[in-house]
Every structure is written in structure tokens, then in C-alpha cells.
Design a protein around this ligand. Structure first.
Ligand SMILES: C[S@@+](CC[C@H](N)C(=O)[O-])C[C@H]1O[C@@H](n2cnc3c(N)ncnc32)[C@H](O)[C@@H]1O
Length: 295
């Protein structure tokens, strides 16, 4: 299953759907296989959430029911992003990176958001113009259902952003001019998992993109407390609550993110990822980027 990391805990959404690449054609998922992936990692609550979903006579999950869950969970995720001002925090971190790119290579700068989901962050960044009129946005996700929904939402809101179906591990179809391309993501790194991250960063180096800024939660006690509280108070879907808690357990500390980025990309980028002090809560820094500037 493409979105299921090889090791560590899994989110329920990771095991509910699968697709062939590059076509994006959906591959039916057997409910027993999906629940088995969770049960074999000791995630019995997650396995019960899969059991509750309807399956067809042949044992495969009902795709309409899965689509409804996917959209419901991602809509809750978008509302949470809105509530805690994720796009604004991203704009704040991205502005100096964009300014540096602008100095090095004039012309239009393309920001490619990999694992964009419903594209909420990208749509807000594009609509606000916060990063400048010379910045264009492309969103890319493995899940065609989410890509279609993101595209519909952008068109309904008349926001100038394109959404493409594709794999974050090989995002070449979203890149035309690597010297003017900044790769970004929000909440993707922990989905890919530690084992896949060196290849993810290696591909950035091979493609020669100008830089990257991948945002993921900084794990720790206060992050767990904050995430638990937010998911309990702001989310209704049981799968949202389950997956929200698991994502915090999957996220990597800053030093590990730097290590996997260095392992994959070698010396191609100057890297940075702030350590977030753990002694006291810092809500605005729970999600922080690992940043790379091509040398
Ligand atoms: C936690 S969601 C984050 C979505 C969005 N960035 C946000 O912040 O709301 C992770 C997203 O990564 C996507 N994803 C997982 N593996 C991927 C891959 N290999 N290539 C592209 N997208 C992927 C999933 O489909 C999902 O939309």
C-alpha cells in the first residue's frame, strides 16, 4: 500500500485506499488487509474503526463510504489548519526563503505543495498573495479524490492554483524550472516515514530544485497535549481523532529530520530545522519546517 509507511504506527486513512502509479487508478482494498495492517502493529482501536466501515460481498471496502470518510477527515483537517492559522505561520516562515530565491533567480517562482490534500494551505497562500505577485502555486497529491476536490474548491473560489495527481517521492511533473522552484509540504513527512525520507530528499537534489520547506509537527509532551486537546475539541470524526494522535507519534525530532535530509540530499542544500524548546508550550511552533537552500 503506497501511503503506508514500512514501519511504525499507521494512520487509518493510510490503509483505506491504494492507487497505481503513474495512472492514479484506484486499487480496491480488502477490509481484512486494511485492518490486518493496523492489528499487526498493535493498533486495535484503529483496526476496529476499519471494521466499522462497509465492505462489498468480495470483501473489498465500499469505495463511496471510504471517499466520504476521506473527505470528512480532510475537511476537519482544513478547519483545524484555519483555526490554528497554519497558512499564516507557513507564510511567515516562507517569506524570507522566497526573498532569497528572488534575489538569486528573477522571474516567477513556483511553490509546489506536495501531499497537499484538499489544498487548504495552498489555496489560502495563493489567494492572500502574502508571498508576492511573482509566486505561483501548484499542489500535488497521491490521492485523486482529494486532488479533484482541491481543484473544484480552487475554481469555486477563483483562486489561481493548479492541483495535480502525483507522487511526492517523484514530483517531476510539477517542476518546469528547478532554479525557480520551492518544494513545500505540511503534514506529509510523517506519512512518508523515516525509511522513505532519504529518497524523498535525494529526489529534491536530483531534480535540482532551488529549495524546500517541509512543515511537520515537532514531537514532545506539549505537542501531544496541544494536539490531543485540539483533536478532542475541534474534531468529530473518530478517524480524525485517532489519526491526529498517531501523527504526533510518527513525527520526527528536528535533529532526526536534519539527519535524514542530509543522508538523502548530501551537500546539495544548506539545511536548517529549529529545535523547539520542550520545557514550556509554544503553540505557534508546534509545526515547524525543515528548510533547504540549494548551494
Ligand atoms: C496529513 S495529510 C496533509 C494534507 C495537507 N497538506 C494539509 O496540511 O491539510 C497528508 C497528505 O499526504 C498525501 N500523501 C501521502 N503520501 C503521499 C505521496 N507519496 N505522494 C503524494 N501525496 C502523499 C495524502 O494523500 C494526504 O493528502
Amino acid at each position: 500500500m503506497r501511503t503506508a509507511a514500512a514501519t511504525g504506527p499507521l494512520e487509518v486513512l493510510d490503509v483505506l485506499w491504494d492507487c497505481a502509479l503513474p495512472s492514479g487508478e484506484r486499487i480496491p482494498v480488502r477490509r481484512d488487509d486494511a485492518r490486518g495492517l493496523l492489528a499487526e502493529r498493535g493498533q486495535h482501536r484503529g483496526a476496529r474503526l476499519v471494521d466499522a466501515l462497509p465492505a462489498r460481498e468480495d470483501g473489498t471496502l465500499d469505495e463511496d463510504a471510504v471517499d466520504q470518510v476521506l473527505l470528512a477527515v480532510h475537511l476537519e483537517l482544513a478547519r483545524l489548519s484555519e483555526f490554528v492559522h497554519v497558512p499564516q505561520a507557513m507564510a511567515h516562515s516562507l517569506a524570507p526563503i522566497i526573498a532569497r530565491l528572488r534575489d538569486r533567480a528573477g522571474g516567477t517562482i513556483r511553490v509546489v505543495d506536495v501531499g497537499c490534500g484538499l489544498g487548504f494551505d495552498t489555496r489560502v497562500l495563493a489567494a492572500s498573495g502574502a508571498l508576492g505577485a511573482d509566486v505561483e502555486f501548484v499542489g500535488l497529491d497521491l490521492n485523486a479524490l482529494l486532488v479533484d476536490a482541491a481543484d473544484r474548491l480552487a475554481r469555486a473560489e477563483s483562486i489561481d492554483v493548479r492541483f495535480l495527481h502525483g507522487d511526492a517521492l517523484d514530483p517531476c511533473l510539477a517542476i518546469e524550472d528547478p532554479d525557480r522552484t520551492l518544494m513545500i509540504s505540511s503534514g506529509l513527512l510523517h506519512h512518508l516515514g523515516r525509511d522513505a525520507l532519504p529518497a524523498f530528499f535525494a529526489r529534491h537534489a536530483e531534480l535540482g530544485v532551488a529549495g524546500f520547506a517541509h512543515f511537520d509537527p515537532s514531537p514532545g509532551f506539549w505537542t501531544d497535549v496541544g494536539a490531543w486537546t485540539l483533536h478532542r475539541t475541534r474534531m468529530r470524526e473518530p478517524i480524525s481523532r485517532h489519526d491526529g494522535a498517531v501523527s504526533m507519534r510518527r513525527a520526527l525530532p528536528s535533529r532526526d529530520l536534519l539527519a535524514v535530509a542530509r543522508e538523502g540530499a548530501g551537500d546539495a542544500f544548506d539545511l536548517a530545522c529549529d529545535e523547539v524548546p520542550r520545557l514550556y508550550p509554544q503553540p505557534d511552533r508546534i509545526v515547524r519546517p525543515v528548510v533547504g537552500h540549494r548551494r
